[in-house]
Each structure stands twice: as structure tokens, then as C-alpha cells.
Design a binder for this molecule. Structure first.
Ligand code: F6P
Length: 322
């Protein structure tokens, strides 16, 4: 393999830069030229491509976001868009692709391989941690720490004013962030998209706590299914009008910031392994870390199978909210 390209796609996540650095430096170590495709699949369609040297990725390991920019491309969903992308790949003499992103990125990469046969290795980059084939995704740990620090601050004011705070965290279709942040932030209850009964459990907690000296509570709500924290707060207020309820939506602050040590190490290991897999002839698959070992899963399987939530956490939350 003489020339490969790397790109980031979908929602950015802290650690993507550390992964780009690992990909570029590993490829150069093996005497492979590396191009960076800007803006994900959009850049592939528009031939927005830059050459990356070892020095291009200096001083980025600690930076959030992605130096290659990112997007969610509608045009790449069309056959015409993918054909334009393929022509650019051929014209640039790119022999292999490393794509860093989430479910949508993997879906695109799988279809692109099936249609045009360009070897492609995916690296799991999303704060949501909702990808099958890896225990952890790049950016998840940093997002958890960001959300936990925010909850610690909310806790101070919740305590001072005896208030109930519903804090909304990211995770469009999955509750990984909510569950972990709920534990780390000492939440009374956690509402996740995967559990339709959790609102009832929430009301049980407040019924149980009536007349007891519980001055304040933190409830973590995953965006999405329950209509978010505002909707859940409105319903809670209807049932318990005596409560002083506030909501905070943490939003995109969870996507930014300097990656944690854990994310930098994960990004680096996955980036190195992705390049080595391409060299060994890997194609149409993604790299992941399972029980601290590097594992590869086909794009098809990664996209079709869902990673189960660690439901022991919900059991723990019930015990801890007594
Ligand atoms: O997939 C990552 C994620 O941050 C989700 O948690 C969230 O729902 C979504 O991206 C937000 O996407 P956007 O930044 O395009 O609004």
C-alpha cells in the first residue's frame, strides 16, 4: 500500500485528533503517504484533500474537535454522490481509507466498500459509546468527565436551594452517557431511551421520599426518547407540585474539550491498529477494543448489532436512591 487517506465524519468527539495523529505517524513509519480528507464524506465528494506530514499532526494530541473537520453528508447517501467520491479517490491514487466516526460513518463506509471495493477500516469515534464491536468509543470518557463536572456544580446550587434538577445529557438513541454520568454524579434516578418504565420508577422515588428529609435531587435524563429533561420536568411537576424543579441541558459542551488520558490512549491504540490492519489486507471492517484487546468487526455487524446497556447500573441506582 502506497497511499491512504484518513477522515472524520459525523459528530466530532474529543480524541479524534489524537487518532488522526496516530494514523498519520504510523502510516509514515511504514513509508505510506497519507492524505487528509476534509469535512468527512463531503470532502470526498468535493475533492477537498490535503497532504499530511508527520509535522501536520504535531501538537494536536491534546486538542478537542477534529483538524480535518466533520459533517453529516446527505449527498453521500446518493449513488451519484458516492460515484463522485470514488472518482476522487481514484484520481488521488488512494488505496485505502481510515474513517473515524460513528454509526452513520460506518454505514457509509460499508456501502462504499460494497460498491467500489476500496479497502476501508473504521475507528469508533463518537461520545455516545453506542457502537457494537468495542467496549468504548473515542470521546466517551471525556464527555463523561465534562458532564460529571457540570453536575458537581449543579449539585452545589441544588443543595443550597433544596431543588430537584433534571440534567439532560447527550446520547440521541442510547443511554450510555446518562447511565455512567448518573453513577458518577450521584444521581437519584436516570432516564434512558432504552427503558420505557424508568419514569414510573422516578415517580416511585419521589412518592417514597415524601415527608423524608431529602433536601435535593439530581436526575439525569438522556436526550431523545423521553422528550428530554424539559418534558420529564413538566410531568414530574404535575405529579409533585410541591417540588422546586429546574432543568439544565448540557448539550454540545459534552462534545468539546481536551481529551482525557484514557481517550488519548484509546485513540492512539485504535489509530495504530487501523493502519496496520489496512497494510495486512483488512477491508470493510472496524477496529475496537474489547477487554483491552484489539478486535475487528465487519461494518455490517457493527451497524446491525446493538451494544447492550450495562443494565446492572440501573439496578445499582435503585439501591443507591433509598
Ligand atoms: O452522535 C453524537 C451526538 O452528539 C449525539 O449524542 C447527539 O444527539 C448528536 O450527536 C447531535 O448532533 P448534532 O451535533 O449534529 O446536532
Amino acid at each position: 500500500m502506497r497511499k491512504i487517506a484518513v477522515f472524520t465524519s459525523g459528530g466530532d468527539s474529543p480524541g479524534m485528533n489524537a487518532c488522526i495523529r496516530a494514523v498519520v505517524r504510523t502510516a509514515i513509519y511504514y513509508n505510506i503517504e497519507v492524505l487528509g480528507i476534509m469535512n468527512g464524506y463531503e470532502g470526498m465528494i468535493n475533492n477537498d484533500v490535503i497532504k499530511l506530514e508527520a509535522s501536520s499532526v504535531a501538537n494536536i494530541i491534546q486538542r478537542g474537535g477534529t483538524i480535518l473537520k466533520s459533517s453529516r453528508s446527505e449527498e453521500f447517501r446518493t449513488v451519484e454522490g458516492r460515484k463522485k467520491a470514488y472518482d476522487n479517490i481514484i484520481n488521488n491514487e488512494i488505496e485505502g481509507l481510515i474513517c473515524i466516526g460513528g454509526n452513520g460513518t460506518y454505514t457509509g463506509a460499508g456501502i462504499f466498500y460494497e460498491e467500489f471495493g476500496i479497502p476501508s477500516i473504521g475507528v469508533p469515534g463518537t461520545i455516545d459509546n453506542d457502537l457494537f464491536g468495542t467496549d468504548f468509543t473515542i470521546g466517551y470518557d471525556t464527555a463523561l468527565n465534562t458532564a460529571m463536572e457540570a453536575i458537581d456544580k449543579i449539585r452545589d446550587t441544588a443543595d443550597s436551594h433544596n431543588r430537584v434538577f433534571l440534567v439532560e445529557v447527550m446520547g440521541r438513541d442510547s443511554g450510555f452517557i446518562a447511565l455512567a454520568v448518573g453513577i458518577a454524579g450521584g444521581a437519584e434516578a436516570i432516564l434512558v431511551p432504552e427503558d420505557q418504565k424508568d419514569e414510573i420508577k422516578l415517580y416511585d422515588i419521589f412518592t417514597r421520599n415524601k415527608g423524608r428529609k431529602k433536601s435535593f435531587s439530581i436526575i439525569v435524563v438522556a436526550e431523545g426518547e423521553h422528550g428530554g429533561a424539559i418534558n420529564a420536568a413538566t410531568k414530574l411537576k404535575q405529579k409533585f407540585p410541591e417540588l422546586d424543579i429546574k432543568t439544565t441541558i448540557l448539550g454540545h459542551i459534552q462534545r468539546g474539550g481536551s481529551p482525557s488520558a484514557r481517550d488519548r490512549i484509546l485513540s492512539t491504540r485504535l489509530g495504530v491498529s487501523a493502519v496496520e490492519r489496512l497494510i495486512e489486507g483488512g477491508k470493510n471492517e472496524c477496529v475496537g477494543m474489547i477487554n483491552n484487546n484489539i478486535k475487528f468487526t465487519s461494518f455490517k455487524e457493527a451497524v446491525e448489532r446493538s451494544k447492550p446497556l450495562p443494565d446492572y447500573i440501573l439496578g445499582m441506582i435503585d439501591k443507591l436512591s433509598v
